[in-house]
Design a protein around this ligand. Sequence first.
Ligand SMILES: [Mn+2]
Length: 399
Amino acid sequence: MPMARDRIRFVHCADFHLASPFGGRNLKEYAEMRRKDAWTTFEAAMGLAEEEGADFILICGDLYEHDYASKATIQRISSLLGSLSVPVVILPGNHDPYVANSWYKTWRWPGNVVILHPESPSVMLGGLDTFIHGIGFSAFRQDTPDFSAVPRPDGNLFNIFMLHGTLDMHFGRRPFNPVSSSHLAELGYDYYALGHFHNRKTDFKLRNAANPGSPEPLGFDETGEHGVLLITLERSVSGQKALDIREINLAQKRYVWLTLDMTGMAGPEEAGKKLETLLGGLDPGRDLPRVVLTGRVSAAVDCEHLKKPWLKDFPWLQVIDETRDGHDYEALSREQSLKGAYVREVLRRLKACETNGDEEQAVILGAALDLGVEALETGRIDTRFDGGLFRRLWSGEGG
Ligand SMILES: [Mn+2]
């Protein structure tokens, strides 16, 4: 029987985490703004399917937060999905698992919504020649999934495998449906639609697998661009299927980490200027910056004072002080101790560098002075707070 369709196009998304408390910040206004952002992005993602003429939508888990979703949350999701003209296939994730009191079980979902769960793990989309099988969550925690009952795909159809889980990542102690590329590849599906990991990933060893990430980032560990994937599967005359993955950015906000090295700063004015060059390039309507102050300083840094001029543009600006006390090397060089002898020797060599203009060597000796004294004082070197020193040394970018 010839295929009625030689091409399908669909929106692949996951991890909206609607009703998320955006916790840990203990800031009501911030949390409300971010929850609103999540809804806006959810609506944009569903709207995209209509705009792009997609045939259906896949939501690969963590659509909402089971622990926080109210009846109103579900009502809002349900009526939006019901207003769409295309099928929506939902796979429960570890935050919205198919447990006894799951809304997926108790709510009357619109007719175009299909929920995949262990008793009904597959769906055939009539008219689209598309078969979809899903492995999601029926508990808040699950180890390696059982693939023995996964149906063999029919070559005449477009076959899609939905998985909420971790691909090729080995979290020994906290497994969430861990699978490997080779295990998935053996199943022989045309596309593996993943969810769970909140950063976008489209370069798996398994080329026909992709993880869209959270459409709206949830926190500072979810930097970069966020959105959904627009997938096209096209069948050639030979029966081979070509896959096209388009990354669509939809997020309302973007979390941005910035580092400000305070070493050698003359005073708060200079620090303020440096902060201006860092924040000046950001988009106040979109960016949520966190500035980490690093390096060694001789006086305490007043973070509130640094932040103040920027709070109008970035009301949620975070400035985190990770600076550490600087050393008075001249004073140390007078000490009658191993440390004193070490400092005297390095300073002597640094002076020689000044004389012969060897800047590269001066950078290395500067680091040797800083890290050597730290090692002698504490018995260890904490590279988290080295102001990017190691990075500069390795990249050969001095000064
Ligand atoms: Mn998630």
